[in-house]
Ligand binder design. Sequence first.
Ligand SMILES: Cc1cc2nc3c(=O)[nH]c(=O)nc-3n(C[C@H](O)[C@H](O)[C@H](O)COP(=O)(O)OP(=O)(O)OC[C@H]3O[C@@H](n4cnc5c(N)ncnc54)[C@H](O)[C@@H]3O)c2cc1C
Length: 254
Amino acid sequence: MSTSPPSAIVATGGSPRDEGLAWLHTLGHELVPAVPSLFTFNLPEDPIRELMGVVAPDVRLRIAGTKLESTGPLLITHWGLSGPAVLRLSAFGARDLHALGYHYTVQVDWLGEMNEHEARDRMHEESAAHPKRQLINSDAFALPARLWSFLLHRAGVPGEKPIGELGRKSLDRLLDVLTNDHYTASGKTTFKEEFVTAGGIALHQVDPLTLESRVAPGLHFAGEVLDIDGITGGFNFQAAWSTGWLAGKAATLI
Ligand SMILES: Cc1cc2nc3c(=O)[nH]c(=O)nc-3n(C[C@H](O)[C@H](O)[C@H](O)COP(=O)(O)OP(=O)(O)OC[C@H]3O[C@@H](n4cnc5c(N)ncnc54)[C@H](O)[C@@H]3O)c2cc1C
């Protein structure tokens, strides 16, 4: 007959409130405080929300006053900003954005990899090649037409103006909006979006090969109850499955 202690696996998922894992704390486990990850940025009352459904293919996002930055596609929604670039930023910045109370300034570079100098050259080329073309009809940066129209308006540049007649000050304003736009985020949204909890059982208290607790022998953990959270792309499922397999194997349940 086996003399090994009975095993159990805790796989109860992430708990948005620390109290949900209090019973594990009473067993001696350190809990990394829970904060949400993978959410969209709310821009209450901002007119950009009228562009819901528009995707900017390659933007660079920064959170003002922090080192948080991400690149990739951005989706404009009824609430504000979403898409891979935003979700990734919300994951890497989950704790910082929580600390800011979800009130912060999002800097948007709509041109992604192209810097302001290159964008200026691009506009000069466009002006030389099509001086009479109206700005609204320009495809200089391959942005979606509705977004381009919105950004021209935001820069105070009339769309019907011929590109060749765009003055220096107007061009400066347009380039500033294209490469250094600012939006005020207030709150977050998780509706229809992935939602993961960052935080949980501190990893240093868990053997990574068996997922067994170092403070409560025989107790294993799997999935989001652990202090593991990933970006979008199936990484959270993968973490749950991989830790579940390891914990199950170690606990000899499979
Ligand atoms: C809307 C949404 C979309 C998502 N999309 C993706 C995605 O596309 N890709 C990705 O990688 N991740 C995604 N995730 C995250 C992913 O679902 C989780 O990371 C993953 O399911 C975690 O698995 P888990 O088994 O640890 O916990 P869970 O899937 O949460 O399962 C825990 C289970 O334990 C049960 N439970 C809790 N407490 C108790 C208790 N005391 N007694 C008995 N049972 C209990 C719960 O009812 C639940 O069934 C998404 C999450 C949400 C909410």
